[in-house]
Design a protein. Sequence first.
Length: 288
Amino acid sequence: MSRIGVMFDRDRAPEQLPAFATAMEEAGVDDLWVVEDLGWAGSMSAAALALAATSRIRVGIGIAPAPLRNPALLAMELAMLARVHPGRLVAGLGHGVPEWMRQVGAERKAKLALLEETVVAVRGLLNGETVTLHGSEVHIDGVKLVHPPSVVPPIVTGVVKPRSLELSGRVADGTIIAEGNGPAQLAASLAHVRRGGGGDDHEAIVFALLHVSDDPAETADVTGDLVRTQAAWLGVEPADLFTLIGPAAETPAKVRAIADAGMTSLVLRPLGADPVGQVRTTLAALGR
C-alpha cells in the first residue's frame, strides 16, 4: 500500500481537529482526510485547520458535493489552500447524497454532467487558464484566477456506480471508494475506472472502518450500529462488510488483499474512544 491515511470522523468535535491532525502527523501517517456531510462541518474550513496544524502530511477533502459548490468559488478556495500549503492538498468531489441535496434545494437531475463539468472547470481554473464552459450544468464565461497555485492539487471523485466510476477514470486524478467494499468489489470498481481511461497514475483510494480489539463483545458494542448502517447502504449483510475491525494481527493480510485488488491508498476510519491509539496500533501491525 503506497499511502496510509486517517479520517477525522465527522462525529468528533471540530475543536479536536488541530490536535488530532498533529497527532496523526507525529504517528507517521501519510494523509489526513476531512469530510463534508450535511449538518456536520464544512470541508474547506476543516482542511484549512488541518493544514495549519501540520507541516508534512497531505490533507484530503472527502468529499465536497458538487451541487453545493459553484466551480469558480470552489477553485478559489482550493487555490488559496494550495498556494499556502503547496503539494499537501487533495480535492475530493462527488455527487452529494440525494436526500441531503434535496433538503437544501440543491438536487440536480444531470448528476453525471454536473460532476464532470465541475471537475473540468475547477482543474482549468487551478491550472491558471481562462475558463469558458457552457455545459449542460456548469456555466463559466472567461473566468481566470488571479492567484492560481504553483502546485495544482489532484482532483479525486468519491463515486459508486459504474458510469460514475468511468467518469472518474476519464476526468479525475483519483477515485475514492467507500467503506465496506472488499477486494472483489474494489477490483470491479477499478475496472470501471480503467474503462473510463484511468491509468496507472490514477490514485485508487479506499476508506475502511477500523477498531482494534480482541474482544468480540466490546467490538460489537463500539462498531455494531455503524457496521449495520454501512452494510445497509451498500446492500450487503453486515457479516459481508469488509472492515479492519478485530485483532491487530489480522490487519496485514486484509491490507495486502486490498492492495492486490489495485488500491494505492488506504484511509482508516478509527471508531471508539481512542482513535489515536487505534491508529498507532494499526501502523505498528503494518510495520510502519
